[in-house]
Design a protein around this ligand. Structure first.
Ligand code: ROI
Length: 165
């Protein structure tokens, strides 16, 4: 049924996986995010297959972005995402290496957060095609705290190393 809750902040999450049937991890995680407390899933991008950023001797990633409306604070949203990563096995073999599920808080309203454990907007957001393209699919005119739109940032990318699957 309909969730009853104070909804206030629009947030965007980036999902990535390159281990153990990545597409299945991403699809399941999207459903599980929709079940977060005080949270509605508003939109989801297609799944994208992307070349790894980092060591090249690892499998391609599957990436996606979701748009949510949430009453959770940034810290509680991070906690919910980390619990979901653990539930998915949270295998991380090495720095910038392969993983079963990674969930990053890309944006949380217009808020900027600068904590050791949490940076919002997400640090890699403006350079990563596997974040910007899925985000542009669901919200091209979104203005980031820096004042640029997602569409403009996509136009700055030199080349794309991903495709919709
Ligand atoms: N590379 C791609 N293509 N997609 C990711 O989600 C991703 N996540 C990471 C690292 C290992 C940096 N590389 C990635 O954490």
């Amino acid at each position: 049924g309909q969730k009853l809750m104070p909804l206030n902040t629009i947030a965007y999450l980036g999902l990535g996986s390159n281990l153990d049937n990545p597409a299945a991890h991403i699809k399941r995680a999207v459903l599980e995010i929709a079940e977060f407390e005080e949270t509605l899933l508003l939109a989801r991008s297609s799944l994208y297959q992307s070349r790894p950023l980092g060591p090249q001797d690892q499998a391609d990633f599957i990436n996606a972005v979701v748009k949510i409306e949430t009453g959770l604070s940034p810290q509680n949203l991070l906690k919910a995402c980390q619990e979901l990563e653990i539930k998915h096995g949270r295998i991380k073999k090495r720095h910038w290496g392969e993983r079963t599920l990674d969930i990053d808080i890309l944006l949380y309203g217009n808020k900027t957060v600068d904590l050791p454990e949490l940076s919002i907007p997400h640090k890699g957001l403006k350079e990563r095609d596997f974040v910007l393209l899925p985000l542009a699919e669901i919200e091209p005119e979104l203005v980031l705290p820096c004042g640029e739109t997602v569409r403009e940032l996509c136009q700055n990318l030199q080349a794309f190393h991903l495709h919709r699957v």
